[in-house]
Design a protein around this ligand. Structure first.
Ligand code: LRH
Ligand code: MN
Ligand code: MN
Length: 388
């Protein structure tokens, strides 16, 4: 049995990137509820992300979405973030809220619109230069609703060409990360529906292109940890967008719907070399907090990832391998489940305390008065969020 003391040093490597949009107002197509204390500016979103890091020590970076987080001076925004103790992380492009993109962006049949979508990505690459971001994350809303509506094959060819134009503008250690999603907003076909399609495109691009796996973007019952194992094996797992789903792309708190699935995913990440100081895999959250408070929602999320990482690290891999070799099905399964069922919360509390962090970040945040302060301060103005 592996002990917590044995795995504790490995917990130091945990870094989870939080999304700026988690702090803005969000909702469903039925209603966006306003939440007191919601940021009115990009700076206030970053300040909220910095609060999550202060209380947990787990979230040193904040991902930006362009144009939601468009500012005049990204270099100044970077200094502002650094002063608050966080860095600016992944730059997410957005070609899904402009009328021109009704029938697609990077796949569009009209060269003018396709070029507009490419240019948007080139602007994102410029932003990355100013923010010091490594990753450009591309998710496409492109697809069609009805059979015959679009030339599925032609769109793949145009997508490959568009991605090539964007990839050519990356420099140094910058990366292009392509995110897949099997449906929504298009319902008949999606242009990057699955990891196989994403892989085909990033493989054609080259070494600095990889796949982003959003845990909410799969059909029910999909074995996500298998995809993790395969992409790591091929050196093409660039990043995660973590969240929980009950039905579709619910974007709920990671580890809330199915902690065991999160454990299985993290086990494969560790097994495949995707966790640790030399890992190239970015752990990100892609979530919204529609009805709960946003900062504690994010604190809960990063703690859930930490908890399941600790449990996954606890799997006695030597004994597991021995049991597997012997064909001891139930023995191997038990070793795996023993780690999953280990309650690490008290050990993690002491571990945090030893690092000068609050033992219980949720409670510490609730008692800090921070929420009341931002709710009192942030009145008036426009609350930013989805669709802003
Ligand atoms: C699409 C998605 C993608 C977007 C984000 C807001 O469903 O997962 O990552 O950038 O949501
Ligand atoms: Mn996502
Ligand atoms: Mn999504």
């Amino acid at each position: 049995m592996t002990t917590f003391a044995e795995i504790a040093p490995q917990l130091e490597h945990q870094a989870i990137e939080v999304p700026s949009w988690a702090y803005g107002n969000s909702g469903t197509r039925f209603k966006v509820f306003g939440t007191p204390g919601t940021p009115r500016t990009v700076e206030e979103k970053i300040a909220d992300a910095a609060a999550v890091h202060r209380f947990t020590g787990l979230a040193p970076k904040v991902a930006l979405h362009i144009p939601w987080d468009l500012v005049e001076d990204f270099a100044a925004l970077r200094v502002y973030a650094n002063d608050l103790g966080v860095e600016l992380g992944t730059i997410n492009s957005n070609t899904f809220q402009d009328d021109d993109y009704k029938f697609g962006g990077l796949t569009h049949h009209d060269p003018t619109i396709r070029q507009k979508a490419i240019d948007h990505h080139l602007e994102c690459v410029e932003v990355m230069g100013a923010t010091g971001s490594r990753d450009l994350k591309i998710w496409l809303a492109d697809g069609s609703n009805y059979p015959g509506q679009a030339d599925i094959r032609g769109r793949q060819d145009r997508l490959a060409d568009s991605l090539q134009a964007i990839y050519a503008q990356l420099s140094g250690d910058q990366r292009l990360v392509l995110e897949y999603k099997f449906f929504e907003p298009a319902f008949y076909h999606t242009d990057v529906p699955d990891w196989g399609t994403a892989l085909a495109h990033v493989q054609a691009l080259g070494e600095n292109a990889s796949v982003c796996l959003d845990t909410g973007h799969h059909a029910p019952g999909t074995n996500i940890e298998f995809i993790v194992a395969q992409l790591l094996r091929l050196g093409k797992l660039g990043s995660f967008d973590f969240n929980s789903r009950f039905y579709a792309d619910d974007d709920l708190i990671v580890g809330a719907a199915d902690p065991f699935q999160l454990f299985r995913i993290l086990f494969e990440v560790i097994r495949g070399g995707g966790y640790g100081p030399d890992s190239e895999v970015a752990f990100m959250l892609d979530q919204c907090h529609n009805v709960e408070k946003k900062i504690p929602g994010q604190i809960r999320s990063v703690l859930n990832v930490q908890e399941m990482t600790a449990r996954a690290l606890l799997v006695d891999r030597e004994s597991l391998e021995a049991a597997q070799q012997e064909g001891d099905v139930l023995g191997a399964h038990e070793i795996f489940m023993d780690a999953f069922y280990t309650d690490v919360r008290a050990d993690l509390a002491s571990w945090r305390e030893a690092r000068g962090l609050p033992a219980h970040p949720m409670q510490a945040y609730a008692e800090s008065g921070h929420q009341e302060t931002i709710e009192a301060e942030r009145v008036g103005g426009t609350q930013v969020g989805w669709g802003a």
